[in-house]
Design a protein around this ligand. Structure first.
Ligand code: BGC
Ligand code: NOJ
Length: 811
């Protein structure tokens, strides 16, 4: 069952009922200022950091889901309604929400009044703009009222939810004309405030939530709106809000438009005040002056659309498969940009206060957006590497505002260092910019011990070389990619962190997954050393990689698949010897992607085992059989009920690894089958089962052991976005950036047919036509570049050309 449809021409998903199974959200904002916005106008806004600079309030875990947002109330006689349905939930005569790329549109109609909202954040200013157009569709004049509503968060979202003894006394606001200023804590240690304004003379305002709602009323029954009159209260403490009242007369057929602006302003320390107690509003006025008319709004909206069109045009496919076209050209790339901006911090499943930027997460996200914004990828790599420790290990997370490592979680996730190589290699393959390797980058933000980025990569690699266990496999530490496989934790009491409890570096427990990563990214690091002319380092690294392959073949192979790990007692995890958790997806994907077992048939065996033991109609499960009891020696993974999350859920993130692995052994049919199972557009029809947004990937879908098999959770902020884009664009469609240039080597289903890709790479536009006359799954028999046949798969890079036409014919 569907709750909407894709409008590909407008790059929108059109939601046709507010009663979606879960809130279906969108993200507004490209740089520093972000809004999460649901299909019923719920959500919140923050500047740079969802924890430290939260502008508006949202309540996770509320009894009525998704009740706080930026609302517009319309009072038409005795009827009070919202264009996005919430919070009054007055039945609308018609409703539509269009989530687009960086904007959302809502149209609600009630009793012949149409309210159309368009809302977005311009690419270049810290402000959210909303155009509200009210139209009288009837044939008699109407006098109605429009009320805006936002509830201010007192900046630190964490403290805001806990520290009521202080917070209920600190709220402060100012109001001048149609602008409401939120200035809590500005008198002392803050130099920033927020504004909410409308480009028209108002008929009243409210800044006290209690006055707006009335005692004990919820947001669905605000007393002042029912009364039809705001009380012009200047809030002092308690719950500051911002609401404007506009009395609107509409002749039959008439429309009136208002532009609302919610902005963030920072002043210099010595320029904070206009006069004692009165904030300096110069910057706010300058910002608001830019968006005073509908034309200003439309112009900024147009610019935003062009910004996104330009970004998304960097990779464009035309094929006969509408799902692939839609996901690749629009939604998958868009989700990659959102994960770039948010990492795992702010979504409807991540509160924005728990996690900052993940070291491994951000490195993987980079794989999906580096072709879109290489300059910002460069900056991101330097930021991430700056939190690395001198021995090559890394803080697991850092805070986006301070860019400093998060000491609460610390280090000891032993896969982290290798992801830095993955991200840096992807950046250089994309851009050819080797200068980044010579940048001086600090350790733990201490510039006095800075080295080149290349030295950081060396220390990443050597961290693994120097931390091996009894089978010469890498020590796992607190966990590897699978945060819940905690082999050194042994937590027996609730409230202890599974990851941070116990010794971080058990001397015994080992990870075959990290071993696979070491082979894959070790080789990529070796290639960079070679590129810099350091052949001694290249040889040293490749020798270490060979040793690791030998260790995997000796002790990491279980007969039909790769072992997952060895626990602290040196017992196998993910082996036929285990009673539960006999086979895990991660080492099958990572080892085969690294090429391990491709020559001796083990890769094929491992992938056949995945198909036989882990596959379901909704995707490939992370492990089987599910753990049915808590295993102290395995940690959090066994704490989840069977079928959920890391305990036998379908963890979407590593489904593309299996799909990529299938392309490594040339099975395009199976690679695509795996791709399709979790692909949002392909499963739109089962939205009532899947439940999360049908235009983006979720982190997890419940596995076969779960009560709600097929139900997804944790949409938007997941490494699935980047890895799926890597899979479909680089492996299935086969346009892979190498250090020398773009390589063309698709691995598609036999019946996929011919397709064309436009790819902007290092400033050159490649028009690539792929023909598959004999319906093979893999293999390019001829590659013609601007009419000239070239050998191999790589298009020689020629910066003097602006456009290059390529024809690749599969065998
Ligand atoms: C989740 C993981 C997540 C981790 C982050 C665990 O509870 O299951 O998916 O990565 O927490 O700390
Ligand atoms: C989500 C985390 O963000 C990611 O870093 C981790 O790899 C997966 N969970 C698996 O545990």
């Amino acid at each position: 069952m569907k709750f909407g449809y894709f409008d590909d021409n407008n790059k929108e998903y059109v939601i046709t009922t507010p009663k979606t199974p879960l809130p279906w959200i969108n993200y507004l904002g490209c740089n520093d200022f972000f809004t999460l916005l649901s299909n019923t106008c719920g959500g919140y806004t923050f500047y740079k950091d969802a924890k430290l600079l939260r502008m508006t309030r949202y309540r996770y875990n509320d009894t009525t889901p998704d009740t706080n947002g930026k609302y517009f109330y319309i009072k038409d006689g005795d009827t009070i309604w919202n264009p996005g349905w919430q919070p009054t939930k007055t039945e609308l005569d018609s409703y539509e929400c269009r989530h687009g790329i960086g904007y959302s549109k809502f149209t609600g109609v009630k009793n012949n009044i149409e309210a159309a909202l368009v809302t977005f954040v311009p690419a270049d200013n810290p402000v959210e703009l909303t155009k509200v157009t009210l139209t009288n569709k009837g044939n008699a004049k109407k006098d109605i009222q429009l009320f805006s509503y936002v509830e201010w968060c007192l900046w630190n979202a964490d403290d805001d939810m806990k520290n009521y003894q202080r917070n209920l006394s600190i709220g402060e606001v100012e109001v001048v004309d149609s602008t409401i200023y939120h200035k809590t804590e500005y008198r002392e240690r803050r130099n920033h405030y927020a504004v909410y304004s409308v480009n028209a003379k108002i008929d009243g305002f409210e800044t006290s939530r209690d006055e707006f709602r009335g005692a004990y009323n919820g947001p669905d029954k605000p007393a002042a709106v029912i009364e039809g009159k705001l009380h012009n209260t200047i809030a002092s403490g308690w719950y500051p809000i911002a609401s404007h009242q506009l009395n609107v007369s509409l002749e039959a057929g008439e429309s009136k438009t208002f532009v609302f602006a919610l902005g963030y302003i920072e002043n210099a320390e010595d320029d904070k005040w206009e006069k004692p107690g009165v904030i300096n509003k110069k910057k706010a006025n300058a910002l608001l002056a830019k968006y005073q008319t509908t034309e200003d709004f439309d112009k900024a909206f147009d610019e935003l659309c062009k910004y996104w069109d330009n970004l998304l045009s960097k990779f464009h496919i035309e094929s006969s498969d509408e799902h692939v076209n839609r996901m690749v050209n629009i939604w998958n790339q868009y989700q990659c940009m959102v994960t770039f901006n948010m990492s795992r911090s702010a979504s409807y499943y991540e509160t924005g206060i728990g996690r900052g930027m993940g070291f491994r997460d951000s490195c993987q996200d980079l794989l999906g957006f580096v072709h879109l914004i290489p300059d910002r990828a460069r900056e991101r790599i330097i930021d991430i590497a700056s939190t690395q420790f001198q021995d090559g290990s890394a803080y697991h997370q850092y805070q986006p505002l301070t860019k400093k490592g998060n000491s609460d979680i610390g280090s000891g996730f032993n896969d982290d260092p290798l992801w830095l190589i993955a991200g840096t290699s992807a950046y250089i393959r994309e851009t050819g910019d080797t200068s980044i390797l010579k940048e001086m980058v600090p350790y733990d933000n201490d510039m006095s011990v800075a080295t080149t980025l290349m030295e950081h990569l060396k220390r990443s690699f050597d961290y693994i070389v120097n931390h091996k266990g009894p089978h010469d496999l890498p020590l796992i530490g607190r966990a590897d990619w699978n945060d819940c496989l905690n082999l050194n934790c042994f937590s027996e009491h609730p409230g202890e962190s599974f990851q941070c409890f116990g010794p971080s570096e058990g001397p015994v427990a080992e990870s075959v997954f990290i071993a696979g990563m070491f082979v894959k990214y070790g080789r990529e690091y070796a290639a960079l050393a070679k590129l810099l002319g350091d052949t001694a380092e290249e040889a040293r690294v490749l020798a270490e990689v060979d040793k690791m392959i030998a260790a995997i073949e000796k002790d990491g192979w279980d007969g039909e698949w790769f072992v997952r790990a060895y626990d602290a007692y040196s017992h196998k995890v993910g082996s036929k010897e285990c009673d539960e958790g006999q086979i895990y997806i991660e080492p099958q994907g990572m080892c085969v992607m690294a090429g391990v077992g491709v020559d001796n048939g083990n890769a094929e065996k491992a992938l056949n085992s995945v198909k036989a033991k882990l596959d379901t109609k909704y995707g490939v499960m992370i492990l089987q059989p599910a753990y049915t009891r808590y295993h102290l020696e395995l940690g959090e993974i066994t704490s989840y009920p069977p079928g959920y999350k890391e305990n036998a859920g379908i963890f979407c993130h590593n489904n593309p690894w299996i799909s990529i692995a299938e392309t490594c052994i040339g099975r395009g049919d199976r690679a695509f089958e795996v791709y399709k199972k979790t692909c949002p557009s392909y499963i739109e029809d089962i939205s009532e089962i899947h439940r999360t947004e049908p235009y983006v990937y979720s982190q997890m879908v419940a596995g076969a052991d779960a009560k709600f098999h097929g139900e997804a959770k944790n949409s938007w902020l997941t490494g699935t976005a980047a890895w799926t884009f890597t899979n479909i664009s680089q492996y299935i469609l086969g346009i892979y950036p190498t250090l020398e240039g773009l390589s063309v080597n698709p691995c598609t289903p036999a019946a996929f047919g011919d397709f064309n890709v436009t790819r902007v790479y290092r400033g050159v536009t490649y028009n690539i036509e792929i023909k598959n006359p004999n319906k093979v799954q893999k293999g390019v028999s001829s590659l013609t570049v601007d009419g000239v046949e070239v050998q191999g798969n790589v298009i020689p890079f020629d910066p003097s050309k602006k456009v290059v036409n390529v024809i690749a014919t599969m065998k």
